[in-house]
Ligand binder design. Structure first.
Ligand SMILES: [Zn+2]
Ligand SMILES: [Zn+2]
Ligand SMILES: [Zn+2]
Length: 294
């Protein structure tokens, strides 16, 4: 795991080209486990000792103090999605049309086509299927009865799509991805994913570099212990640390954003009640843990 200073150094080098992208990625991912406590290095402990206050910033207790982060780093893959989306957008802007032959091949290779059934007489969509009567189908538009529906061949559907992307039948989700997800798509979304793949290939390096820079920023911010407060074990347990802010009245203690003020600034009676509630929650939690229903 890289230390705070090493992360800053790595970010600087990556941004100004002082290190190859591959090498930077290797360093970033070495021993790195998202959500794990592997960042608790000696270096982190030393800086933590400097940052931690001598009392809880919520209730002023001095019992078992911990550092609580008010924000958490966004995962690498989340950053990557956002960056890829941005590159796809600009790629589509400069390449709005797709090569018809290439796109047709792509569709046939990657999707199963489950066509919409049509009336063989008037080509109306979804004729009525009857479970008891024969012939099996009734077209409610032309009232024709028949045993077999017809389908629009995929090439015809594609031809329609290239002429008019807004056509009704183009909006049918009749393409099932052949991958494990078996997602249903209509042609406009398959076109988007096709273009996204192209953007990913064309801007592979750029996307990876930007994602890594953002991830480094996040991790540096997290390890800087900037956006943290000192909380006692009791408050750390009872409060949602993602939505804490400084109390507007005393500007000294922290409060949950759903409350108008911190515990200290509450009138005496309410303050007591708040502390009782915190204790009650803590007791309930401990009881649940003992009973194994946590
Ligand atoms: Zn506290
Ligand atoms: Zn019909
Ligand atoms: Zn206050």
């Amino acid at each position: 795991m890289l230390t705070y200073k090493e992360l800053i150094e790595l970010r600087k080098k990556l941004a100004n080209g002082g290190i190859s992208l591959e090498h930077a990625e290797e360093l970033f991912w070495k021993d790195f486990k998202e959500d794990k406590r592997s960042w608790r290095t000696k270096d982190w402990k030393e800086r933590r000792a400097k940052v931690i206050k001598d009392k809880c910033e919520i209730c002023s207790s001095k019992e078992t103090l911990t550092i609580q982060h008010l924000s958490h780093p966004i995962k690498y893959n989340e950053h990557k999605k956002v960056v890829t989306k941005e590159y796809t957008r600009s790629f589509i802007e400069s390449n709005p049309t797709v090569d018809k032959d290439e796109f047709s091949l792509h569709i046939k290779k990657n999707y199963d086509y489950i066509p919409v059934p049509l009336c063989p007489n008037c080509e109306s969509r979804y004729p009525n299927e009857r479970s008891r009567k024969t012939p099996r189908y009734l077209c409610t538009v032309c009232l024709d009865e028949f045993d077999e529906t017809i389908y629009k061949p995929v090439d015809n559907l594609l031809a329609t799509f290239f002429e008019n992307e807004e056509a009704t039948e183009v909006r049918d989700k009749c393409f099932i991805s052949k991958d494990q997800w078996r997602n249903k798509h209509h042609l406009p979304t398959t076109k988007y994913w096709f273009q996204r793949e192209k953007a990913k290939t064309r801007y592979n390096e750029e996307i990876r570099k930007e994602t890594l820079l953002l991830s480094l920023d996040d991790n540096i911010k997290y390890l800087s212990l900037e956006d943290t407060i000192t909380a006692c074990k009791r408050c750390a347990y009872s409060y949602d640390m993602h939505s804490m802010e400084l109390c507007p009245q005393c500007k000294e203690y922290y409060k949950g954003i759903q409350y108008p003020s911190c515990i200290q600034c509450l009138p005496e009676e309410k303050r007591k009640a708040a502390f009782e509630k915190i204790d009650f929650n803590k007791e309930m939690d401990e009881m649940h843990k003992r009973l194994g229903i946590d």
